[in-house]
Design a protein around this ligand. Structure first.
Ligand SMILES: [Zn+2]
Length: 285
């Protein structure tokens, strides 16, 4: 998660477990828009094998539905069927895995952490029948990202899993965008390439304020310093320039920043720290 940053530096901020894993969130953003609720990214979903769940230490089983995303929507007063738009920042499995669901026998085993009866074996994963998790939603992604995800190579294939996005294509539910676009009034997608070539962040403006869902441009608050860039990034020097440009705007205009993968600091702002940036809580004057 920290690329070329030496471990003695990053482990002070995020202590790893004995398997060298750190705790990460799969935070999605719900925007209550005039057209209806808009969801940004969808987590990792429920289609993983038990091997996958173990490797990544996935803990996302829901108590009211297949995943904790369903629980969170219910707490906000919505169901998956209410969602009008899903915006994917990119199509890596931890950002669009919840676009689709595999049918689970839900009910008597629906206690949190026990709802895994529907987990399927790994060899069947690419062929498993899935349904759209948000049956009434239009899904939005960069056109280039869908093409990139559909034509993988040895370096990119492990993160782009077809069952997360091919069913959306088959159902003809994509709204493919190119570049910076106002998807809905007050909701802009901003190209922030580097992690992948067509990565986008999402800027929400309302009542004179702005909030930006950074996604993998700055996955945690610990990644605010410009050179703290993930080893996963395909073009780290492009990430560097995307960060430089976006964080200058964010700092200058006082945006609220949403950190998708940060386990503790979901919201905050960027403040200048020398030539780079550091985290400030929202209530900082
Ligand atoms: Zn990613």
């Amino acid at each position: 998660m920290f690329g070329v940053v030496p471990k003695p530096l990053w482990e002070r901020r995020m202590a790893p477990d004995e398997r060298n894993r750190i705790v990460l969130a799969l935070r999605c953003l719900l925007i209550e828009h005039d057209v209806g609720p808009v969801l940004v990214d969808t987590g990792v979903g429920n289609k993983e094998s038990s091997k996958f769940v173990d490797i990544y230490g996935v803990e996302n089983a829901g108590s009211r539905g297949p995943t904790q995303l369903d629980d969170a929507l219910a707490e906000a007063g919505y169901t998956a069927a209410d969602i009008r738009y899903v915006i994917n920042t990119h199509l890596h499995f931890d950002h669009c895995g919840g676009n689709t669901l595999v049918e689970m026998e839900w009910g008597e085993q629906g206690e949190k952490g026990q709802g895994r009866r529907g987990v399927i074996s790994y060899p069947s994963f690419p062929l498993s029948p899935t349904k759209l998790a948000f049956p009434n939603a239009t899904y939005v992604v960069q056109r280039g990202e869908l093409e990139f995800a559909s034509n993988t190579n040895e370096r990119t294939a492990a993160s782009y899993l077809a069952p997360n996005f091919v069913p959306v294509s088959e159902a003809n539910r994509w709204q493919l965008v190119s570049g910076e676009v106002e998807v809905l009034p007050g909701i802009h997608v901003l190209p922030t390439p580097g992690h992948v070539p067509y990565h986008q962040s999402v800027l929400v403006t309302s009542g004179g304020e702005a909030a930006c869902f950074l996604a993998d441009l700055v996955p945690t608050a610990a990644h605010l310093p410009l050179p703290w860039i993930m080893g996963y990034d395909l073009e780290p020097l492009v990430t560097l320039e995307s960060k430089r440009e976006l964080l200058a705007r964010a700092e200058g205009e006082g945006w609220v920043l949403v950190f998708e993968h940060d386990p503790d600091r979901g919201l905050g702002r960027a403040v200048r720290a020398g030539k780079s940036y550091a985290f400030a809580p929202l209530d900082t004057p």
